[in-house]
Ligand binder design. Structure first.
Ligand code: COI
Length: 337
């Protein structure tokens, strides 16, 4: 098997998938995984024209005792149902999505790399009605499917200090779609991200429309020092990260005072001189930030290297992911494999 740490994140796949078809208001799932295969689509398929698609990202981790567990399965299932609802398509029962994820992971279990690698799970829903006039109506047929990818680090180069560019003018998406995990949101962030990479060497863009810091293109955003963990309070304008919630919970257990509140860009320069900054996400895990670029001015965070509080929180999260710490919050779902 190709080493997932040398292949780009998400470019390797297991050999099985689960698939359910939506028609006449009901999902038809055969009850088991099938061979991984291409879909054949009518060129007028709804998703290809009107973006009727959403997805989830979660992981299964090889545990220290050799078993396999999915992290925060039910939270991801419910977020997926929320996304599908906001796309105004037929929302599958939680049990169906849950079963399809477990079946897909069990069928692809042998593809799971040892920690710190993991099996990245990608449940996806697409609208398939062949109608290029249906711009103002939802697709009433669809495919719900789950594929799995053996992965290493999301940011190439391992745990290294990232550079983020703070974008105060161009929004990541629209306020009403911010908490939907749709491909459309990611493609909207692509242009600003590529521009920031070219102009500032940035790994990610931190969206702070109207000076209101929310999230980066692919992760949530945190400030931390020896005492406090700070992140933007939730609302509908950005993604409710499951890892964000895990980080908050674990940091509180470690004794940090947690503040969920508005964050302005003016805070960043001051914070960078005394505190640490990191990103969180299923793919990103906990990723340290070494430089923030505000306007044209790069500001080094601390000494530019991963800080000890960031690494402590990352370590606490990794321990729960891999069975090296007790599952106090009921986050792990054991599966066969
Ligand atoms: C995740 O963290 O799971 C995501 O969906 C981010 C994606 C860009 C890989």
């Amino acid at each position: 098997m190709t080493d997932p740490f040398s292949a780009p994140f998400g470019s390797l796949f297991g050999d099985s998938m689960t698939v359910a078809h939506l028609a006449d208001g009901a999902f038809d799932y055969p009850g088991a995984a099938q061979a991984f295969e291409n879909f054949s689509m009518h060129p007028g398929t709804h998703v290809l024209h009107y973006g009727s698609a959403c997805f989830e990202g979660l992981k299964a981790h090889r545990q220290s005792d050799g078993s396999l567990a999915i992290f925060r399965l039910d939270d991801h299932v419910e977020r997926m149902r929320q996304s599908i609802g906001r796309l105004r398509m037929v929302v599958p029962e939680s049990d169906l999505i849950r079963t399809m994820i477990v079946d897909a992971v069990e069928a692809n279990a042998s593809f799971t790399p040892d920690a710190p690698g993991s099996l990245y799970i990608r449940p996806t829903f697409i609208g398939t009605t062949p109608n290029i006039g249906a711009a103002a109506s939802p697709s009433d047929t669809g495919i719900l499917y789950v594929i799995c990818s053996p992965v290493g680090d999301y940011f190439a180069g391992g745990i290294r200090p990232l550079t983020i560019y703070v974008e105060t003018k161009v929004p990541r998406t629209t306020p009403q779609f911010g908490m939907v995990k749709s491909g459309a949101n990611y493609v909207m962030a692509l242009g600003p991200t590529l521009d920031a990479k070219r102009d500032h060497g940035a790994d990610q863009v931190l969206f702070a429309t109207g000076d209101d810091i929310t999230e980066t293109g692919a992760s949530n955003f945190f400030l931390v020092d020896d005492d406090r963990l700070i992140t933007r309070q939730l609302d509908e304008s950005f993604l409710h990260g499951v890892t964000r919630n895990s980080v908050i919970t674990l940091a509180a257990e470690l004794g940090y005072e947690v503040e969920e509140r508005p964050l302005a860009t003016a805070e960043l320069a001051d914070w960078a001189s005394t505190g640490e900054i990191f990103l969180s996400g299923t793919a990103a895990v906990v990723a340290p930030v070494g430089t923030v670029v505000v306007g044209d001015a790069p500001v080094m965070v601390g000494d530019g290297q991963p800080g000890e509080n960031t690494l402590k929180i990352r370590e606490a999260l990794t321990a729960v992911l891999t069975g090296n710490a007790p599952d106090n919050n009921g986050w792990r779902t054991a599966v066969d494999g």
